[in-house]
Design a protein around this ligand. Structure first.
Ligand SMILES: *Cc1c(COP(=O)(O)O)cnc(C)c1O
Length: 315
């Protein structure tokens, strides 16, 4: 039995060969004995161009997880989250001895902005859009309502590339907003650990003070740069995954929620059933009777679809 891994929202494709070649050329001549250039300016400038925001609005780190860690530590107080959502938020809050105050999403998975705004004691609000594990985008109006309250707000935008919804215009407008993105999902670089944040220059200066000068290794930084320079190759894969997501949703519609990401939340907990067939999906311990599947290659998705159909037929 071939094992299939659809559990971590990884990209099913490794990086394109053309990019691998460029990276290997770099590795052959890299000065491993030297520290990276202080602040990794080439990466920051690349991200500034790629996002259109300029280097003064960019911070990079070892995965967006590291930025979440840094921001939650800096908040030094209780944070507000909206369950069901990414579990690392409460993990870091607890690590620093604070609480993650939960203002759950509404029944349709929209944000309960009025209740979030009432939590005036909170130091940080974290909004995940598109949200993991529910898969939906959070409406701009509700995000703006939270921003208008003045509380420092993190918008975790890890699945941006699959969603088509760009929130970066809000960066120029709100000085209390930090948007986080990652190279782990759409860019196929989960193993390299590269994430970045965007915010107004004033806020950025404060954040960068918390960061060591040599905060990332040269290989991760270089590969991220090559990926951005060859974005059209990445885009092909993103388009493939979005097409597959729509197809899988079309096939599993009655048992899945629609999604703006590279995963679908299922209306049943099929973790054990699918594990028995060698298909590994994500159990959602905090969400009763639900589970989450990552969109894989067409071949993997077909195996998943047959297995789920069989489940529905026999239940
Ligand atoms: C996968 C994911 C991340 C990415 O974390 P990295 O540390 O960049 O790999 C961040 N937020 C959410 C909601 C995710 O699902």
């Amino acid at each position: 039995m071939k094992e299939i891994y659809l559990d971590k929202n990884e990209n099913p494709f490794n990086i394109p060969d053309a990019i691998k070649e460029k990276f290997i050329d770099y590795v052959k001549n890299a000065d491993f004995n030297r520290y990276p250039e202080k602040g990794l300016p080439s990466l920051i400038e690349g991200l500034g161009r790629f996002t259109g925001l300029g280097p003064e609005r960019i911070i990079a780190a070892n995965g967006s997880d590291e930025l979440l860690d840094m921001l939650i530590k800096r908040a030094a107080g209780d944070i507000v989250i909206s369950s069901p959502t990414f579990e690392m938020y409460s993990f870091y809050a607890t690590n620093y001895g604070h609480s993650a105050i939960d203002v759950p999403l509404n029944d349709d998975f929209s944000l309960n902005a009025p209740e979030i705004i009432k939590r005036r004691d909170a130091k940080l609000v974290i909004i995940c859009s598109p949200n993991n594990p529910t898969g939906n985008l959070i409406g701009r109006d509700s995000i703006k309502a939270v921003l208008e309250s003045g509380v420092t707000t993190v918008l975790d935008n890890a699945y941006y590339e699959f969603s088509g919804e760009d929130y970066t215009d809000l960066i120029r407008k709100y000085d209390n907003l930090i948007i986080l993105r990652t190279f782990s999902k759409a860019f196929s670089l989960a193993g390299m650990r590269v994430g970045y944040g965007m915010a107004k220059p004033d806020l950025m200066v404060g954040l960068k003070k918390l960061q060591a000068p040599f905060y990332m290794n040269i290989l991760s930084a270089k590969l991220a740069e090559i990926m951005m320079e060859n974005y059209s190759l990445i885009e092909e894969k993103i388009n493939y995954i979005v097409r597959e997501r729509k197809r899988v949703y079309g096939e599993l519609g009655e048992i899945a929620y629609n999604s703006d990401t590279n995963f679908l939340m299922l209306k049943k907990d099929l973790y054990d059933y699918l594990a028995g067939k060698g298909i590994h999906i994500r159990k959602l311990p905090l969400v009763k009777d639900r589970s989450r599947i990552t969109i894989g290659t067409a071949e993997e998705n077909n195996i998943l679809i047959s297995a789920v159909r069989e489940y529905i037929k026999n239940k």
